[in-house]
Write a protein of this length. Structure first.
Length: 490
């Protein structure tokens, strides 16, 4: 069962049935199905003229057919589509895997989509064919499903879909900064001159900024006929549609659709569709921005923990930041995603967090540890894992570094004696970078090696079974020290 499911059911002319015209996820099983009056949650929402919000929809006896006994628990929102006289037109249904999967903002967003759908449906039924209206609602449903998560990787496909909705040649997003609007996304079929023109920030004092209303759209069919837009016409942008998609204190974003040929402009039907699309897109952008702010705060806090541990453990100053930078470099060379690189950095900050539970008598002992003391020292990996597992924002990859950064490729490490590729990749990456920085650093019991000497020693360590040889090769290449592999053998 997919994690996101949706359906659009509309009343049939007989008033006694609803037909499922659009569906995604588990509702694909009822697409094109006629649902008789009184059957299912869709009819329940129509009868009450009010939304239904269920945290345990799989237990509700009103569920239709196979949805009474699904393969797993799910939550469901059912929004009745009402015309201007309050009469039902159908329902919009969204479901997610798991119990209590929706928040108040999800209900509000789906109600907005439902209101847009109902208003548009009423107009289209009065003036256009039902087929055209269903296509419009399906597009919004698909966009809503596409952007239902919290992943920036969803943005390119969503932008392309909105470009197609608006029958535009290109689409762009501009983000307001202190000195003006800066281009943050551009895709489509613009010439080089137009792209270069759009890269220039639009100052906040520019008259065009004041033409972008917060709740409505600014539409021009031919920029050559508008006194403020002649520069756009000169670079080949003849049609322009502007709309605010986010207007919050922490983020202000405008959407631009562009056409290469003059046209009558964007009509009411297109504007209604783009209004709904802009609201859905804006919700995603705001979620991403707030997630970014939260992650920035988390990263700062975790780095502070790493620096505090470094100071207590009397590590060489800067060790934490250097190793975090090295793991990011190596991760990038391995083609890891930005989220995976973030997780590597966080793991580097926290790798020795278990030492918080060790006494200074052991941690700061200037002499060699006794066997009993060394056994106690080794518990810091277990202790660290126990600490971070209680922090829900710490990702699994970072936890893997905390627990497994002292494992060895040959299986003689600790705490779990993992060997080879059974050791999580993140822990193997960190171990390479940590050993290299330690070799390059001065400690009370050793002098610092030069990068070339450290590289040779790192390669010997890999050959002896301590580190992953393939990762060491990639690491040395990123540092321009690959010659060490041959020099170490001499």
């Amino acid at each position: 069962m997919n994690s996101e499911h949706a359906a659009l059911l509309l009343l049939e002319p007989d008033g006694e049935h609803q037909r499922c015209y659009a569906a995604a996820g588990m509702f694909l099983e009822i697409k094109d199905t006629l649902v008789p009056r009184g059957w299912g949650l869709g009819w329940a929402a129509i009868e009450t003229r009010a939304p239904i919000w269920l945290d345990q929809a799989h237990l509700d006896q009103r569920a239709y057919g196979q949805f009474r006994h699904p393969p797993g628990a799910y939550s469901e929102l059912v929004i009745p589509l009402l015309n201007s006289q309050g009469q039902p037109l159908g329902v919009l249904i969204s479901a997610r895997n798991g119990e209590r999967a929706y928040l108040e903002r999800d209900v509000r967003l789906l109600q907005i989509i439902g209101n847009i759908a109902a208003n548009t449906l009423e107009r289209v039924r009065a003036n256009e064919s039902l087929e055209a209206e269903i296509a419009e609602k399906t597009a919004l449903l698909e966009l809503s499903q596409m952007l239902g998560g919290n992943d920036a990787a969803l943005l390119p496909a969503a932008m392309e879909k909105i470009r197609q909705m608006g029958h535009a040649d290109a689409i762009a997003l501009g983000v307001q900064e202190p000195d003006g609007y800066h281009l943050r996304w551009l895709t489509g079929h613009l010439g080089a001159e137009a792209k270069e023109f759009l890269q220039k920030p639009l100052p906040l004092e520019h008259p065009l900024v004041n033409l972008i209303p917060i709740e409505k759209a600014f539409r021009v069919g031919d920029t050559a006929a508008h006194p403020l837009l002649k520069p756009y016409a000169r670079v080949g942008i003849r049609g322009l549609y502007l709309r605010t998609v986010v207007h919050e204190p922490e983020l202000k974003v405008a959407l631009a659709l562009m056409r290469l040929e003059p046209s009558p402009g964007w009509g009411p039907a297109e504007d209604r569709l783009l209004e709904g699309a802009a609201q859905i897109l804006g919700a995603l952008l705001l979620r991403l921005e707030r997630t970014r702010q939260l992650e920035t705060a988390y990263e700062g806090a975790l780095r502070a923990i790493g620096l505090a541990l470094e100071a207590r453990d009397r590590e060489t100053a800067g060790h934490t930041d250097r190793v975090a930078a090295l793991v990011e470099q190596l991760g990038r060379a391995l083609g890891l995603s930005e989220a995976e690189l973030r997780d590597l950095r966080w793991g580097a900050y926290l790798h020795d967090v278990g030492k918080l539970a060790l006494s200074d008598a052991i941690l700061l002992k200037p002499d060699k540890l006794t066997p009993e003391e060394f056994c106690t020292m080794r518990t810091h990996t277990h202790l660290g894992d126990d600490l971070v597992r209680n922090l829900p924002f710490v990702p699994l990859v970072a936890r893997q570094i905390v627990r497994h950064h002292h494992e060895r490729w040959d299986g003689r490490g600790y705490p779990d004696g993992l060997a080879g590729e059974d050791i999580p990749l993140a822990a193997r990456i960190f171990a390479v970078c940590d050993v290299f920085d330690a070799l390059c650093s001065h400690r009370p019991y050793k002098t610092a090696l030069s990068p070339e000497q450290a590289a040779q020693e790192l390669w010997r360590s890999a050959q002896s079974g301590h580190l992953d040889q393939n990762l060491v090769k990639v690491f040395l290449k990123t540092q321009g020290l690959e010659a060490a592999t041959s020099q170490a053998a001499d």
